[in-house]
Unconditional design. Structure first.
Length: 129
């Protein structure tokens, strides 16, 4: 069972307890950024209330599990967000070449946040807030 906090943060029930998950390798726009609400809605559409598979065991500095989430149909939620132009490939923390390629394709097609000629990555936006 999945609850959605924002585009790249979820709460997943695991062994009777809610576990905070931060999607690894991606960074969605923040809630007050352009496309932030849309990223959360898309994540909700794909994952809310569904049984998912979580792969990852590292934790970030906030205690969240860093993971890739696989949807019931086997697709990666992390990849789907980047593919739809609703997340950046978080290149600072990820060497995932598939995410890099999906971001390039979304950018070339001007999907989602790539419609904006100068989208501000969330890691830069957070520094100004």
């Amino acid at each position: 069972m999945v609850g959605v906090i924002d585009g790249d943060s979820l709460r997943v029930m695991h062994e009777g307890k809610a576990e905070l998950i931060r999607l690894i390798g991606v960074d969605c726009p923040e809630k007050r950024q352009p496309f932030g609400t849309r990223a959360k809605e898309y994540t909700s559409t794909l994952a809310f209330g569904k049984d998912v598979t979580v792969r990852g065991d590292k934790r970030d500095r906030y205690g969240r599990t860093l993971a890739e989430i696989f949807l019931p149909d086997g697709r990666s939620l992390n990849e789907e967000l980047v593919k739809e132009g609703l997340a950046w490939w978080f290149r600072k923390y990820s060497k995932d070449l598939q995410l890099r390629e999906l971001e390039r394709q979304a950018r070339d097609a001007q999907r989602g946040l790539w419609m904006d000629p100068h989208p501000v990555p969330p890691w830069e936006w957070r520094q100004t807030k």
